[in-house]
Design a protein around this ligand. Structure first.
Ligand code: EPZ
Length: 456
């Protein structure tokens, strides 16, 4: 047995301790699945909704919050700012009147990029914020200049030195000023940052070239329940009339469209008939179209989707901002295309480095040619089990999907990423017939593939 050096798997959530890197999933492929899979609340909505709770002094109740490590990270950050927070199963109760701190601790921010969502609410509520720049991650540089540009347009004075963003609202009343913002790119995070900051500004703000993602719409819906005056969320121009104060509210997080899409692909790749619910179909339109184009039939019922796969053939996808095909399902869809009949082409347009799963799929026998961020796939009859690693949240999910149909055993490393974005994925898949076990392994002698390692 060859001895490989263990490397801690640095990810966008930060350095993973060696203990975590021993965590992996062992998955035996070849089972057909059947039954219902329940979809949790959307991670990418819950995180920003938690940050938005800082905009009021009144109590907030956020329901249908998924149980994920990223959510725990955001809870830690809110508590570090002086907020009281309680969790009971999928509900988070937030009492933000104790908010007094404006500086986020480096170690927490380093572990959770989404903590940068706090800058807008802190400026709007307290007129000041000190937040370390969120670093890049495996999928790209993840700059935040559009967030900064928007906050400056609203009147904030912002200084960035040694990786620390210090922002302040000038003037006696410390009020941001409504303005017209044109985003260079329809950034989800920048749209959400400006949206939150503008709710308490003096005057009206317009965001042009705004992101249209369902999570932006969910945020606007909650802010309006808090007393904000937002129109146009979900379109490319959003208008926010500033108000003096926001109030507490109860809000239920939308279902996670990316988790739902991941499980729909699980049905397609195992050629199984599964029902996924709850799902809001218009949140997955582009994905449903591609699943139908490649040979699946999709049936809708009251709040769920039944996927009945036919023989799966290759189809091309190109990732785009919503309502286009979501970048977060690019890697999972590539796992499906690796087992489809014929050729397909997948182009990643949103991030500059979101193709690490290509190397891992090739270790399992996939036939993929990669040029930059374009992959040309020739479907193979059978994948084979291997030791593979997910370099980010969605490539880890792609590995799990591929393991469901690979011959023999697949060991999926890097599952600290999975736990960031999928609530007990192995339990949900095992409940419909998969055979996945979460394992701890001794660290001495184990093959621990280095992310992006070239396939043999
Ligand atoms: C959100 O990230 C999601 N994360 C991401 O999900 C998702 O992939 C992304 O939106 C796109 O849909 C959360 O909501 C917590 P962006 P965000 O700003 O807001 C560039 C997952 O797997 N850009 O829309 O960071 C950026 O580099 C995660 O769940 C700038 O150039 O995404 C990227 O290439 C991954 N300048 C593109 O825009 C900026 O100032 C999209 O980024 C901001 C962004």
């Amino acid at each position: 047995m060859s001895i490989f050096l263990l490397s801690s798997n640095v990810d966008s959530v930060g350095e993973v301790s060696k203990q975590n890197s021993a965590l992996h999933l062992e998955s035996r492929g070849g089972y057909s699945l059947s039954g219902d899979i329940k979809v949790s609340g959307a991670k990418n909505s819950a995180l920003v909704l938690m940050a938005a709770s800082l905009l009021t002094e009144e109590e907030m109740l956020i329901k249908n919050v998924p149980n994920l490590t990223d959510i725990n990270g955001m809870a830690e950050i809110l508590i570090s700012l002086g907020v009281q927070l309680k969790r009971s199963s999928s509900e988070i109760y937030i009492s933000p009147q104790g908010l007094h701190h404006v500086e986020l601790p480096y170690d927490l921010v380093h572990r959770l990029r989404a903590s940068f969502f706090c800058i807008g609410p802190l400026l709007a509520r307290l007129g000041k914020a000190k937040i370390p720049l969120p670093g890049g991650c495996r999928i790209g540089a993840r700059p935040v200049e559009e967030h900064i540009k928007g906050l400056k347009a609203l009147g904030a004075q912002i200084n960035i030195s040694n990786g620390l963003v210090t922002a302040e609202v000038p003037g006696l009343n410390k009020k941001l000023q409504g303005t017209n913002v044109i985003l260079d790119c329809p950034s989800v995070g920048a749209t959400e940052t400006i949206l939150m900051a503008a709710t308490l500004a003096e005057g009206t703000t317009t965001i042009n070239n705004a992101a249209q993602e369902p999570e932006v719409q969910d945020l606007a819906k909650m802010l309006n329940s808090m007393g904000a005056l937002i129109e146009g969320a979900g379109q490319s121009t959003i208008t926010i009339k500033g108000v003096k104060k926001l109030y507490g509210c109860n809000h239920t997080v939308i279902p996670d469209r990316i988790e739902a899409g991941t499980f729909l692909i699980a049905a397609a790749i195992t050629r199984s008939n599964l029902r996924i619910s709850p799902v809001i179909p218009e949140h997955l339109k582009a994905v449903l179209e591609k699943l139908s184009d490649c040979g699946c039939s999709i049936k809708f019922d009251q709040d769920g989707i039944n996927l009945i796969p036919g023989s799966i053939k290759g189809v091309d996808i190109s990732t785009e901002p919503f309502p286009g095909f979501p970048t977060d399902l690019q890697a999972p869809f590539m796992a499906l295309m690796a087992t489809a009949q014929g050729k397909s082409k997948i182009k990643e347009n949103v991030y500059e480095n979101r193709m690490q799963h290509v190397y891992e799929l090739k270790k399992m026998g996939a036939s993929i040619h990669l040029e930059g961020s374009t992959a040309e796939i020739e479907g193979v009859h059978e994948l084979k089990g291997a030791a593979v690693i997910g370099g980010d949240l969605r490539s880890s999910a792609a590995m799990v999907l591929a393991s469901l149909v690979a011959k023999g055993m697949t060991k999926v490393w890097g599952i600290n990423h999975l736990d960031r974005g999928y609530e007990s994925i192995e339990h949900k898949l095992n409940s419909v017939g998969a055979d996945i076990v979460r394992k701890e392994k001794s660290l001495e002698v184990e093959h621990f593939p280095i992310v992006g390692e070239r396939a043999a």
